[in-house]
Design a protein around this ligand. Structure first.
Ligand code: ZN
Ligand code: ZN
Ligand code: ZN
Length: 249
């Protein structure tokens, strides 16, 4: 099983347009530090599923028939905007499995084109996609959002974004078996008051402590957090590291 982190940024991405902070300036000078929309590709046997679709050039990145479909965590624009163009393809059907969000994004449901939204996940549903088992787990976010427990080839990966903490019912499923890898929302440096929709580092580390993965990777990283990390990188525990665009796990 192979997970590729395609994008590791928050909704604003890095660099932020017209921001002169240290992290944004660094990203302009060194493209390796850029962060695109938070998304990933999970590969297991014959299965190749895109997790979220925030990149707006999906048609160039993924030629026809090069992937099985899309696991959508939720329908905020930074996770779903790539679907707005992809849908206008022809001659194929792309399954999009995600939460049954009555609103979706813009007119996606009204004009789905080649996208098939007809099989949404229910909360805690486990679905077998070839060699890959996928379980949808509700998260704490401003829109109906699922994290995914991905199991196959003897490995176990949890992909949890966007969220602050993890609901107790979802944590119970995640602690049933040892996690090889946890990919977790951590958008912000430590905040004095708990944020509402995303983890700061304090809450992310609490969740890692709760779920006890062998390794944790922080993603959905904002530019202010990147700037803070430039000064405080040693604050991460040994089994916790940062996502970057293109990182293969
Ligand atoms: Zn997001
Ligand atoms: Zn900045
Ligand atoms: Zn979101």
């Amino acid at each position: 099983m192979r997970l590729t982190l395609l994008g590791s940024g928050d909704a604003r991405q890095v660099p932020v347009y017209n921001c002169q902070c240290a992290a944004c300036e660094r990203a302009r000078l060194q493209p390796a530090y850029r962060r695109g929309p938070c998304s990933a590709l999970i590969e297991c046997g014959s299965q190749r599923w895109l997790i979220d679709s925030g990149y707006t050039d999906l048609c160039e990145r993924f030629p026809p028939h090069s992937f099985s479909g899309i696991l959508q965590t939720h329908y905020h624009a930074d996770h779903a905007q790539g679907l707005l163009h992809l849908r206008w393809g022809q001659g194929l059907v792309i399954p999009v499995h995600g939460p049954a969000d009555p609103e979706g994004l813009a007119d996606l449901y009204k004009h789905p084109g080649i996208l098939d939204f007809s099989q949404p996940f229910s909360a805690f549903e486990q679905r077998q996609l070839g060699e890959l088992s996928v379980t949808a787990l509700p998260l704490n976010h401003s829109k109906l959002t699922f994290g995914y427990l991905l199991e196959g080839a003897g490995r176990c990966i949890a992909y949890l974004t966007d969220t602050i903490g993890v609901p107790a019912d979802s944590a119970a499923v995640l602690t049933r078996q040892p996690l090889d890898l946890l990919v977790l929302d951590c958008s912000m440096a430590p905040q004095p008051v708990a944020p509402r929709n995303h983890n700061d580092l304090t809450r992310a580390l609490e969740t890692i402590e709760l779920l006890q993965p062998e390794h944790a990777v922080l993603t959905h990283l904002g530019h202010s957090f990147d700037a803070w990390l430039m000064e405080n990188l040693e604050c991460l525990p040994a089994n916790v590291s940062l996502a970057w665009d293109g990182r293969v796990l």
